[in-house]
Design a protein around this ligand. Structure first.
Ligand code: S3P
Length: 435
């Protein structure tokens, strides 16, 4: 599919539900006693993989015609032995969080995934879950396919995160749900806190304290979760694509309504503002324990900056599209401290560097980041085919870049977009035709 130079984007749109929150909503609803109701669930492939896995372990999950999802939970401790391997598709979040859940149940599960997921490191969750008593047989290098035998009762641990990863944190907390006593995670660098918010919302006894500049999260196990009515806000990681499109296409002004702006996720907007972007939050409110706003972005003259590395965890999924924004800024944008990008759905530093070079951007790849030398707003050459490497965010980033290239940008495989953002291409074309 190809993306070509566009007239201004304008209008008001909504993006699908937050992926991180949707996974957690299904998992916790499946562990509550009684029926939960979820509105705004992301119906992308990753989240559907979580739904299928929770069904395979005993939860009843149904979607009504009005897109409300109803989940009858099995209760903490009540997960059943799945009858076959759990197919996680492309989804690292499903895999790592479900490994946590299985780890403290008396069941064995085999996790399989696609070619991208099968390259991603799982030892980061295997290590703490093994300390809690789970028995894991992984493929070489700690990869999928992997078999995990849970232990019940599991052993409560205190685990200090060696990598800034919300998935690892959440895996340990979810294992702690069915573990006697207190399971504690120490987070030297804060990461997205959706698990903490939602666990507390479901009635788990969970505390978060700042101690010596670190976050200490404690959860009391053998919890009873009460069913909830959950409203999932729009995904800020998805909203990032039309927002950056509006910033780089002359004459654009776009509002994305109902976007989650949890501070542990909203780093991109802060960085873009530092680069001179005109971005405004309006109608700020709280929905289901999460801060939400309408986000308006207008075409802006961007300037290259040095992105503070400490902001990376709050925008870890947004770097591919930030690289695109940087390609249109005046002067170099320096982004470091991003080694985690190398173990996402693809190696996002190399994949982006190769694709950006192909469409005419001057980039310097660093072991832990990228320096992008921008055009100062002029269109890029384009006229190349870029590889999405089974990575939804790579595909969408180059689609956005194509909107201000002299010759169209061809994306070899756009299908990975379905993992997180069904309706992406329609949303972009709707914003184009409204102008
Ligand atoms: C996620 C955490 C992040 C992020 C991923 C979703 C989550 O991964 O990249 O898309 O829902 O917890 P890490 O925990 O590996 O940083």
């Amino acid at each position: 599919m190809s993306f070509a130079r566009s007239g201004p984007l304008s209008g008001v749109a909504r993006v699908p539900g937050d992926k991180s929150i949707s996974h957690r909503a299904l998992m916790l609803s499946a562990l509550a006693v009684g029926e939960s109701r979820i509105e705004g669930l992301l119906e992308g492939e990753d989240v559907l993989a979580t739904a299928t896995a929770m069904r395979a372990m005993g939860a009843q999950i149904e979607r009504s015609a009005d897109a409300i999802w109803r989940v009858a939970g099995v209760g903490v401790g009540g997960l059943l032995q799945p009858g076959q391997a759990l197919d996680m598709g492309n989804s690292g979040t499903s895999t790592r969080l479900l490994m946590g859940l299985v780890a403290s149940h008396p069941i064995t599960a085999t996790f399989v995934g696609d070619a991208s997921l099968s390259k991603r490191p799982m030892n980061r969750v295997v290590e703490p879950l093994s300390l809690m008593g789970a028995d894991v047989t992984a493929s070489p290098g700690g990869r999928l396919p992997l078999m995990l035998r849970g232990l019940c009762p599991a052993v409560p641990i205190t685990y200090r995160l060696p990598v800034a990863s919300a998935q690892v944190k959440s895996a340990v907390l979810l294992a702690g749900l069915n573990t006697p006593g207190i399971t504690r995670v120490v987070e030297p660098v804060p990461t997205r806190d959706h698990s903490e918010r939602m666990l507390a919302g479901f009635g788990a006894e969970l505390t978060v304290d700042a101690e010596g500049g670190e976050r200490h999260i404690r959860i009391r196990g053998e919890a009873e979760l009460r069913p909830q009515q959950i409203v999932v806000p729009g995904d800020p990681s998805s909203a990032a694509f039309p927002v950056v499109a509006a910033l780089i296409v002359p004459g654009s002004a776009v509002t994305i309504e109902n976007v989650g702006v949890n501070p542990t996720r909203a780093g991109l907007y802060e960085v873009l503002r530092m680069m001179g972007a005109e971005i405004a939050f309006s109608n700020q409110r709280e929905v289901g324990g999460e801060p939400v706003a309408d986000v308006t972005a207008c075409f802006s003259a961007l300037s290259g900056i040095e992105v503070p590395p400490e902001i990376a965890p709050s925008m870890i999924d947004e770097f591919p599209v930030l690289f695109v924004a940087a390609a249109f800024a005046q002067g170099p944008t320096v982004m470091r401290g991003l080694e985690e990008l190398r173990v996402k759905e693809s190696d996002r530093i190399t994949t982006m560097a190769e694709g950006l070079r192909a469409i005419g951007v001057r980039v310097e790849e660093l072991p832990d980041g990228l320096i992008v030398d921008g055009t100062g707003g002029d269109p890029l050459a384009g006229g190349a085919t870029v590889a999405s490497k089974l990575d939804h965010r790579i595909a969408m980033s180059f689609a956005v870049a194509g909107l201000n290239c002299l010759a169209p940008v061809e994306i070899d495989d756009i299908s990975p977009v379905a993992t997180s953002f069904p309706g992406f291409t329609k949303l972009i074309s709707d914003l184009q035709t409204r102008s």
